[in-house]
Design a protein around this ligand. Structure first.
Ligand code: GLC
Length: 654
């Protein structure tokens, strides 16, 4: 036994010695290998730490001299841009390309720490106190942070003010673009844009993500109301008029930058081709039709470029099989080279990464190389800074591309006067002012389209006798305003200060009639039929894909209201509040009169003005009104999908 154990021990020993030897023989390499490993780890950790601390991304350079050329307002803008660019570190340049949502800012100091070029209030991202003063305080704080940066480059603050400064409680809410399209009045659009610019300036906001130049071909899309028309020519005319009004100089204040969107061919997506599975057509696929590109999609942007639009926002849709935002052909060759666009290209919300099918790092490279100049991140600004810096250092994005992008951004900031005019944001009284509300009321009256008028029932006389008013939109400023109103998806109700519902407008105008109101149209105790019943029906507010609808028709409750009024009144007028034409073919035959009032905004009195003859009906349909779903999409020449006639052609209006 001993022997055996001896043997086994021997064996073990020899094994052990071998092991030890092996260890020993490895010892030198192990030690030096460990050492190498430790050193490598230290380098990686050090680099990572170095990279992670953004303030180390830029060198601790001294501030520029007080008389640096770029600070001199008398110098040509191009020289100021080049002078400033020459003083910037790579990190300071990349920071200018980042557009961050206010609610994603981790610390207010990050504005200067990451050299951010722009902030935005994504729809509904309000200050704690949603008043004009509350907005001014919030925006001013962000701006003063940018002032702390070494080069003190003014920061952009962008917002969606597509129908007035509509995030702010108390602001004037103008008709959504589809209603302005019905007015066909470029001067009116310019005036509305100027009034909106004044309300934006009062709160310190200096960039408006409008106008939409989208051309809706399919009323099932949830963003028809944000466009002027499906006609590219009308879009170009009214879009340019809006941009001129929005970017017009305002004495003592910088001008507001506009953003023509959503480049390109948004509105021409095909049903059931959406990248976003929550939606049916929004963010969808547009067929890459080169003929349509030239004749329909580019012309409105050409008009916008010709009036000097500061920025162009890229849509979330696809052009054929490629995301628009990845297309150098569309962003650089067509927009910048062929159309000569000198402003900067900005992505839509998270648009760089949405359906990118690559890493975020690669998506940054692809989009910036395609021609993107500023990324509406809107969240991870540290990652963006580190990613793009790494991409430049490794030659995946050229320094000249970065310099081009930053030059474009700086040029627009100089052009708007942001470096030179230290505005005190005078003008809080402009927000929701009487003048602006009067203009909005006039815009509403010009936007209403008279679709039917048996025996010229309209305009009603102010002494029409007994009037019954009913319907979901009769007394609801929220529904008459639609989306992008205080909240992203809008509000449903009357709690907006300063607004006038259509019912209130009628009472003010025709109060000496006997006017009764019930939302459901139930009027007990009627001894005889009323002279007129007015049904004011509406769509619930919706923004973006949430408005995609396979069958846009009148809500059941509103159909019942119309039925009840037909029984209780001698004549029935139907007022349609909607962001798009609704399918009314079977119902309209039973109505005596019908008007399309779109989404008029806060000044419902404008609808009363045309119903009771204070203003003439002048609105014309800005797009065809289909009679059946099978007619969709309807192309820009009014040809429907099944070659039948729409219920009403574009341009119709009694
Ligand atoms: C949204 C919209 C765009 C808007 C942007 C900022 O997703 O697509 O129109 O300007 O994000 O709110």
């Amino acid at each position: 036994m001993l022997k055996k154990s001896k043997v086994s021990r021997k064996v073990k020993k020899s094994k052990r010695s071998a092991k030890v030897k092996r260890n020993l023989s490895w010892n030198k390499p192990i030690l030096s290998r460990k050492l190498v490993l430790l050193v490598a780890l230290a380098i990686i950790a050090g680099t990572a730490a170095y990279l992670q601390r953004p303030e180390d991304l830029g060198l601790k350079l001294p501030p520029p001299p007080a008389d640096a050329l770029y600070k001199q307002s008398g110098q040509p803008i191009e020289s100021r841009v080049q002078d400033l660019l020459g003083r910037m570190t790579l990190e300071e340049k990349i920071g200018q390309m980042a557009l961050v949502d206010k609610n994603s800012l981790k610390k207010i100091e990050d504005v200067s720490r990451y050299y951010l070029g722009g902030m935005l209030s994504g729809a509904g991202a309000k200050p704690d106190i949603n008043t004009p003063q509350g907005w001014l305080d919030m925006v001013s704080e962000i701006k003063s942070q940018a002032d702390n940066s070494r080069l003190r480059i003014p920061i952009l603050y962008g917002i969606d003010a597509n129908h007035g400064h509509s995030n702010v409680l108390g602001a004037t809410i103008f008709p959504h673009a589809i209603g302005l399209g019905a007015s066909r009045d470029a001067d009116l659009v310019t005036a509305v844009a100027k009034a909106t610019a004044a309300e934006l300036t009062a709160t310190g906001v200096n960039w408006n993500f409008s106008p939409s130049l989208d051309a809706p071909k399919d009323i099932r899309w949830g963003r028809v109301y944000e466009a002027f028309s499906d006609d590219p020519m009308l879009n170009g005319t009214l879009g340019a008029a809006f941009i001129e009004g929005m970017q017009a100089a305002m004495s003592g204040n910088p001008s507001i930058m506009a953003a023509a969107k959503h480049y390109l061919a948004t509105g021409a997506m095909e049903w059931n081709q959406s990248n976003n599975k929550k939606f049916k057509i929004d963010q969808g696929r547009t067929s890459a039709d080169e003929q349509a590109l030239v004749s329909e999609y580019l012309p409105p942007y050409k008009a916008a470029v010709e009036v000097g639009v500061s920025s162009v926002m890229i849509g979330l849709n696809q052009w054929g099989e490629q995301r628009v935002i990845d297309s150098k052909y569309l962003l650089t060759d067509k927009l910048k080279t062929e159309l000569g666009f000198k402003g900067f290209v900005v992505s839509d919300w998270y648009g760089v990464y949405e359906y990118a099918e690559t890493s975020k790092y690669q998506a940054n490279i692809n989009t910036i190389n395609a021609g993107l100049d500023m990324a509406m991140l809107p969240y991870d600004y540290k990652d963006f800074l580190i990613d793009v810096r790494k991409a430049v250092k490794s030659g995946k994005i050229s320094r000249s591309r970065i310099d081009d992008a930053v030059s474009r951004i700086l040029y627009q900031k100089f052009k708007a006067g942001l470096f030179d005019i230290d505005t005190e944001n005078a003008g809080l009284e402009n927000v929701g002012s009487v003048t602006h509300r009067q203009l909005a009321r006039q815009a509403v009256a010009s936007s209403v389209v008279l679709l039917k008028n048996e025996n010229t029932l309209l305009p009603l006389s102010k002494n029409s006798g007994h009037i019954l008013i009913a319907g979901s939109g009769a007394d609801n400023v929220g529904r008459q305003s639609g989306a992008w109103t205080v909240e992203w998806q809008g509000v449903d109700g009357n709690w907006m200060p300063g607004g006038t519902s259509i019912l209130q407008g009628i009472r003010q105008l025709a109060g000496n009639n006997r006017i009764e109101y019930d939302i459901s149209g139930i009027f007990d105790g009627l001894t005889s039929k009323a002279d007129v019943g007015i049904a004011i029906i509406s769509e619930r507010p919706y923004a973006e894909g949430w408005g995609d609808n396979a069958n846009p028709t009148i809500e059941k409750a509103d159909l019942e209201v119309i039925q009840r009024l037909k029984l209780s009144s001698n004549k029935v007028v139907v007022v349609i509040l909607s962001g798009r034409p609704l399918l009314i073919t079977d119902q309209i035959t039973g109505w005596d009169a019908a008007v399309a009032a779109w989404l008029p905004g806060s000044e419902g009195g404008g609808v009363a003005d045309v119903l009771f003859g204070n203003s003439k009906f002048s609105g014309k349909l800005p797009l065809p009104w289909p009679s059946v779903i099978q007619q969709l999409p309807i192309n820009t020449n009014g040809i429907t999908n099944n070659r039948t006639r729409p219920l009403f052609e574009r341009g119709f209006g009694l």
